[in-house]
Design a protein around this ligand. Sequence first.
Ligand code: NAI
Length: 409
Amino acid sequence: MSQTSIHKSKIKVVLLEGLHSNAPQLFKDDGYTQIECYDKALSDEELKAVLADANFVGIRSRTKITLDILNHAPKLAAIGCFCIGTNQVDLAAARSHGVPVFNAPFANTRSVAELVLGEMLLLIRGIPEKNAAAHRGQWLKTAKGSHEARGKTLGIVGYGHIGTQLGLLAESLGMQVIFFDILKKLSLGNAQAVASMEQLFAQANIVTFHVPETPQTKNLLNHENIGLLKDEAIVINASRGSVIEIPALVKALQQKKVAGAAVDVFPVEPSSNQQEFLSELIPFDNVILTPHIGGSTLEAQANIGIEVAEKLIHYSNNGSTIGAVNFPQVALPTHTGNYRLLHVHKNKPGVLSQINELFSEESINITAQYLQTYEDIGYVVTDIDRESDENILEKLKLIPGTLRSRILY
Ligand code: NAI
C-alpha cells in the first residue's frame, strides 16, 4: 500500500442529509475508505459525536455548523455545503478554525435558465390562463394576445451565470437579447448591453430578473418604474423575492399593462411544504407561480454532488482552495514526488518567516511555496523535496498563530 493510500484510509468523511450517491462514490473512486453517510440531518449532540474524529463533512441546508460544533470537531479540515447557500455555516468561525467551506454556486444555473425559457414560451402564448380556464371547463380558443418568441426582445436584468445561459438559449429561438448589468459584461452570442434598466424596460417584450439579493436590488421593479415597460410586457422573476415589488406587479396585471408573469421567489415563502402559500398573485390565471424550484432538478442535485465532492477531494489531496467561500484562494499544481505542507495561520507579520526559518534549521529544501491571505488568516503551502516526517508537522504546529497544519503525501 502506498503512503498516499494509507493516508487516505485514515481520513474520515461524514456525509449528511442524504446527499446524492455520486458524492460518496467520488470519494470511494479516489481511494477514500472511511465514508459515513446519513440520510438525515443530525441533532447537535449526534453531530458533535460523529464529527469528533471526522476530517471532512458534507451537509445541505438543515445542518447548522456553529462555533460550538466546530469546537467539537478538532480534526475537521473542510466543510462541503452540497447546495448553493452557505448561511447554515458560521463562515467566520470556520475560517478562524482554519476550515475552508465549499459550495456549488453554479450547479443549478442551467435548471433556472431552462425554467425561465419554458415559462417565457408559455406566457407569450397566453397558455397559463387558457390552461386554467380549460381546467374549469372553459374553451378559450383564440389567437388574440398569442405570439411567437421568434423576433421578440428578451431583456435580462443581471447578466451573470443564469442570465448569460438564458440569453444563449433564447437566441437559439431567434429572439433578440438585450441585457443590463451594473458591471461591464462580455456579451455572449449577439446579446447587446443597454445603458440602463429603463432603456431595457422600454425595448423588451419580456423582462426577466437574474440579480443577487442586495440592498441595491430591493424592489428593482417598482411602482415608479413599472410604467416604463412596454404595453403587454411579460415579467419573470426567478432570482430573489425582494427584487420585485409585488403590489406594483399586481396593479400592472390588473391594468393589463403586464400581460403575464412568472414568479418563482417571494418576499415571504413557506418554510415547509406543510405551510400554506399566500400571495397577492394567486388570483391571476396569467401568472405562473412556482414554489422556489428554479434550480430544483435531479440533474442539478447530481451536479452539486459532483462539484462539491470534487472540491473537497481536491483540497484533501492537493490543498487547493479554489471555490472556497471563506478562505484564501490558492490554485496548486500537483505535487508528485514532493511532500506538501499546508499551514493556516492568523494573518499577522512574521509567521511566514518563522515557517521558513524552521525549514532552514531542519535543512529542508523548499521547491515551491504559495501564500495567500484573506481577511484575518493566511494560508501558506510549501512543497519540500525530501521525505518529510511528522516531526516537522508537529514543529510547524508550534509556531505562534498557527490555526491548522496538514501534510500531504
Ligand atoms: P451571478 O452572480 O452569476 O449573476 C448576477 C448578476 O447580477 C451579476 O452579473 C451582477 O453584476 C448583476 N447585478 C448585481 N446587481 C445588479 C443590479 N442592481 N442591476 C443589474 N445587475 C446587477 O448570479 P446567478 O448565479 O446568475 O444567479 C442570479 C440570481 O438567481 C441570484 O439571486 C440567485 O440567488 C438566484 N437563483 C435562484 C434560484 C431559484 O431556485 N429560483 C436558483 C439559483 C439561483
